[in-house]
Ligand binder design. Structure first.
Ligand code: NAD
Length: 511
């Protein structure tokens, strides 16, 4: 029997293998202990489970056989009882019937001023859920919860491993984890999303805890979701208040830290400030382009524009905008976040800028490019086109290995994600300490600590990259430099691996 050789498709590296390239490079460079390498190559635990939730009845736009209903009278339903979804349908709530005047035929209604809609009865639905716990040599697993339609085990393995490196680089006493649900949260009503979140925690509870694994917000989740997760975890517990540190990124009124919402964008801005400081400059008068206008992107943009840097173009899931004279960031934030009609929370259609194509973003000439959306966006061909001096990564894994090689070749500098977006997990650590101590720190105190932490770790990475071991009042890189120059991403990984390896070397292995 002859077996077919594997196709080139099946030989393509997985997202995880691709993401681990830099790990292997740095591990080779420092001669990482073989057993430590094995411990870090694959996650400690990969949990996959299923969450069911009951979906409400929907009114979906009717597109076929509309002639049959030409004479159907208009129905009047209480607008408050119809929740609009992104796909044009409405989630139907019983209160819609209060004072209603309904004419229905064959399950079809004509909504006043909106057109024909078919009633789709509510039904239970199953969603695939994940939690990957990568490594806990330095402390409890720590990492975000992502609600997104394009997630997979492979992706969560990448993101969980990234957290192991990031917590080591930020020098906070955590390991790495990540998880979430394969769902487009915009396809659910707020009540369904709440039910799904609660059920997710119901299943997750045996696997996590404030000293075991601590989730936080990521794409598609926020402080509100964290509040629900907290409630579900602590419900019925005798000492609920002691468990507040089970999730971070909470609202400040229920144990969240001041400065947490902005922390990732703030941390990125501190790195960028430090990059300018090395050149005896400040961000004032510089320009930047941005991908992603969510938590990280909008906050980084707000802080940078406050430092005098000008935003020239933004791309998000809905579209791309450009203005050669600069975009007023506060005005754009109001357009995206304060306008109830902007259901998709997108920059698309912003009237004070030109609408351009998604790929045109990378052609815009600027000092800095900030990817702050999803992974894998700066590919080799994109990197070839970019007209910037610095890529400052806010997103996780936005640059592919090929993109990295092209940026390096073109001498475009890099602030890699594991330090660039470490501000979030650093302030999550502050939140966790505050919860443990039952304290509440001021934003000034939080940002003071964050600035010191990010800038000193950034300096260590820069010293590793340039092979300039130093001991100054703010940082000590003498233990970490490896006797030769390396790129910034490898340097960051060297720092992470040396800090993690120390735990295995000094504490040894449990047998
Ligand atoms: P978010 O959900 O608040 O925003 C995501 C943004 O990306 C939105 O503007 C969305 O429109 C845009 N986007 C989505 N798909 C896109 C596409 N295909 N093309 C262009 N834009 C697209 O998420 P966030 O919390 O700001 O996270 C953004 C990135 O930063 C993610 O990679 C996340 O893992 C990383 N990150 C976030 C934090 C945090 O504290 N929130 C911390 C560390 C890393």
């Amino acid at each position: 029997m002859s077996s077919k050789p594997p196709s080139s498709e099946s030989r393509r590296p997985t997202v995880y293998q691709e993401a681990m390239e830099v790990f292997h490079r740095a591990a080779d460079l420092i001669g990482l202990d073989r057993r430590v390498r094995m411990e870090l190559e694959e996650p400690d635990y990969e949990h996959i489970f299923y969450v069911t939730v009951k979906l409400h009845t929907r009114l979906a736009p009717l597109t076929v056989d509309t002639d049959k209903f030409k004479d159907l009278a208009e129905s009047e339903l209480l607008p408050d009882g119809l929740e609009p979804l992104l796909d044009g349908s409405f989630v139907f709530k019983r209160r819609a019937l209060i004072g209603a005047n309904v004419a229905m035929r064959d399950g079809v209604v004509r909504l006043k001023g909106k057109g024909l809609y078919k009633v789709v009865p509510g039904r239970p639905e199953r969603f695939k859920a994940y939690r990957v716990q990568h490594n806990q040599a330095r402390g409890p697993y720590k990492g975000g919860i992502r609600f997104h339609q394009d997630v997979s085990l492979d992706l969560f393995k990448v993101l969980a491993a990234e957290m192991t490196w990031k917590t080591a680089i930020a020098d906070v006493p955590f390991g790495g984890g990540k998880g979430g649900i394969k769902v487009d949260p915009r396809s659910l009503s707020s009540e369904e999303l709440e039910a799904l979140t609660l059920r997710y925690m119901y299943r997750l509870k045996p696997l996590i805890g404030p000293d075991l694994d601590i989730p936080a917000p990521d794409v598609g989740t926020d402080g509100t979701i964290m509040g629900l997760l907290l409630r579900q975890y602590t419900d019925g517990e005798r000492e609920r208040h002691r468990l507040r540190g089970v999730v971070t990124g909470k609202d400040t009124r229920i144990g969240g830290s001041e400065g947490r919402v902005k922390a990732t964008g703030q941390g990125l801005a501190y790195c960028i400030q430090e990059w300018f400081a090395e050149r005896g400059a400040t961000p004032a008068g510089s320009t930047f382009i941005l991908q992603g206008f969510g938590n990280v992107g909008s906050n980084a943009a707000e802080i940078l524009s406050g430092l005098g840097s000008k935003l020239l173009a933004v791309n998000d899931a809905g579209g791309t905008i450009y203005s050669p004279t600069g975009i007023d960031v506060n005005d754009l934030i109001a357009y995206v976040y304060d306008n109830p009609l902007n259901l998709r929370r997108t920059v698309a259609g912003y009237p004070k800028a030109q609408q351009i194509g998604k790929q045109d973003l990378w052609n815009v000439e600027a000092d800095i490019a900030i990817p702050a959306a999803l992974g894998g966006e700066i590919t080799g061909p994109v990197a070839e086109r970019m007209k910037v001096k610095l890529v400052a990564e806010g997103a996780n894994g936005p640059t592919t290995p090929e993109g990295d090689r092209v940026l390096e070749k073109r001498k475009i500098e890099m602030i890699p994600d594991i330090i660039g977006n470490a501000g979030g997990v650093t302030v999550s650590y502050y939140e966790w300490i505050q919860n443990k101590r039952m304290e509440h720190w001021s934003e000034t105190e939080v940002n003071g600590r964050l600035e010191q932490a990010i800038k000193s770790n950034y300096r260590i990475i820069r010293d590793i990259a340039r092979n300039t071991p130093r001991r100054t009042a703010t940082h000590n890189s003498t233990r970490y430099c490896i006797g030769k120059e390396v790129d910034m991403r490898t340097a960051a990984m060297v720092l992470a691996l040396k800090r993690i390896e120390a735990h295995y070397q000094l504490e040894g292995f449990s047998q």
